[in-house]
Design a protein around this ligand. Structure first.
Ligand code: GLU
Length: 480
């Protein structure tokens, strides 16, 4: 086998996702098993949504799980830079090459033209996609229009006929009709690269031998295969891992379940248990044992043993597994974990200020701080979520909006939380008295808690979001 070089390529656009850790783990197991290297590349081509905080949070979460990399933006390596925003000229240069060889072409269609094209295609029940009208421009005409400053993108010239075969190690050959593969955009009108171009150019230049990523990228892969062909490059081997699913088998998404690694950390799941659990996603050890370390996984790892049937990422099983680790520890080790992960100085400091005015003896602190730690359910009765004269049907839209707003918050401060609550009040037409109390119950489980906004900030986004989701479930249960 050629030198094994694998990578994950997360986009830093939100909280660190458990899916990223899952893909990282399988890449690491594969790399270590074959004496290869594991690379972390940051795909921040979406300049509007990408942030450095999110990037840092991804690094921090992966390090907490012990999933470390051999090359990456923070530690460098021979194929850097490893952050796509620092590689813009490389992509522009490569797109130019493709235009020169006739494999790509400038397209001047405006967004109005494109939406009219789409409407027309829908009306006539034709396949959706770019119809290739700028393909026919002569090189001279295109040059003149560019020289005249006309806005344009660069598109790949995908053969109109025939098929593109994606070789997937777990699925065999998957074929796509070229008539269904769009002339994808490689360079956008502002000169920045698209995911497809940057991803393929980087995988090639970084000498990635195997692309091990989530199944959701399969539909992009024919485009990538076409790009490799256009460049005259050999494509890496593709291995698409099955998507993580909710217990009801739907795709794991933050609307139904927490997907942030930080949520599980905040809940007190042990990192070794979470990694172990991720190792059970679509995979099982030859002797079917469920508790194993990363080193044990690597020692026996065979990527071909991955099963494609949707692996379920369920909290109950994860808690059960964490419990096994907790019970096996010495008391001393458990005490260290409680002090190191749960009652840390940092976590206590988050609410000392809030409780100081409310306690008479230190013991009160214990009772009043319970909701900062969990458990998730908080044990209040669903009816407590209803303000006077309000029904569950009336409160459901409020909590749906709260959930939406809290999920979308990028920073969690008194001001941003206040803004989110105001939006909910404006959009639902409910007053503070109808929103504050139910929200307080949802996040703290009781009417008597410190100032709401500060309390929410101290509890933190991970637990608050999940508690709002659970409140929604409780409200729904009142209806049925
Ligand atoms: N940037 C993509 C992501 O966010 C990378 C997909 C791939 O691995 O090619 O997951």
């Amino acid at each position: 086998m050629t030198d094994v070089r694998v990578r994950i390529a997360p986009s830093p656009t939100g909280d660190p996702h458990v899916g990223t850790a899952y893909i990282a783990l399988f890449n690491i197991a594969f790399a270590r098993k074959h004496g290869g290297r594991f690379i972390l590349r940051i795909e921040d081509t979406d300049q509007v949504r990408s942030t450095r905080e999110s990037e840092e949070a991804i690094f921090e979460a992966l390090r907490w799980l012990g999933l470390t990399w051999d090359e990456g933006p923070d530690i460098g390596g021979p194929y850097g830079p490893y952050r796509q925003s620092e590689r813009r000229e490389i992509y522009a240069e490569h797109a130019k090459q493709l235009v020169a060889s006739g494999e790509a072409y400038p397209c001047f269609c405006s967004s109005e033209t494109l939406s009219a094209m789409r409407e027309e295609q829908m009306r006539n029940k034709l396949p959706l996609g770019y119809d290739g009208r700028c393909r026919k421009l002569t090189a001279e005409e295109a040059r003149n229009r560019i020289a005249a400053g006309e806005s344009h993108v660069i598109r790949l010239r995908v053969p109109a006929e025939g098929e593109t075969i994606v070789r997937d190690r777990l699925r065999g050959d998957v074929s796509f009709q070229n008539s269904q593969v769009d002339d994808q955009v490689l360079i956008k009108a502002d000169g920045s690269p698209t995911y497809h171009l940057a991803n393929v150019v980087d995988d090639h230049l970084m000498q990635i031998s195997h692309v091990i990523r989530g199944e959701e990228w399969i539909s992009s892969t024919p485009k990538h295969v076409q790009l490799y062909r256009a460049f005259g490059w050999q494509a890496p081997e593709f291995i698409h891992l099955p998507l993580l699913r909710n217990p009801d088998k739907s795709k794991l998404s933050k609307r139904k379940n927490p997907v942030s690694i930080n949520y599980y950390r905040r809940l007190g799941v042990l990192p070794e248990a979470l990694v172990n659990f991720l190792g059970m996603m679509g995979y099982s050890m030859p002797d079917e044992r469920e508790k194993f370390s990363v080193d044990e996984l690597i020692a026996e790892f065979e990527i071909d043993r991955v099963k494609l049937s949707g692996p379920v990422f369920g909290l109950d099983k994860l808690k059960w597994l964490t419990g096994l680790y907790l019970r096996e520890m010495s008391e001393e080790a458990l005490l260290d974990r409680i002090l190191g992960e749960l009652y840390t100085r940092e976590s206590l400091a988050r609410f000392v200020k809030l409780l100081q005015p409310r306690i008479e003896v230190l013991g009160d602190f214990h009772q009043q701080s319970g909701f900062f730690y969990g458990p998730d359910g908080l044990g209040y009765a669903p009816e407590e979520l209803l303000p006077k004269k309000r029904s569950a049907a009336e409160m459901l839209p409020v909590f749906r909006k709260l959930s939406e707003q809290f999920d979308a918050l990028r920073s969690f401060t008194v001001e941003s939380v206040d803004e989110a609550i105001k939006v909910v009040m404006e959009e639902t037409g409910y007053k503070a008295r109808d929103v504050f109390l139910p929200l307080r119950i949802a996040v703290t489980g009781s009417k008597a808690s410190p100032e709401l906004h500060e309390t929410i900030v101290a509890i933190g986004p991970e637990l608050c979001r999940q508690r709002i989701r659970l409140a929604l479930e409780k409200l729904s249960s009142l209806q049925s």
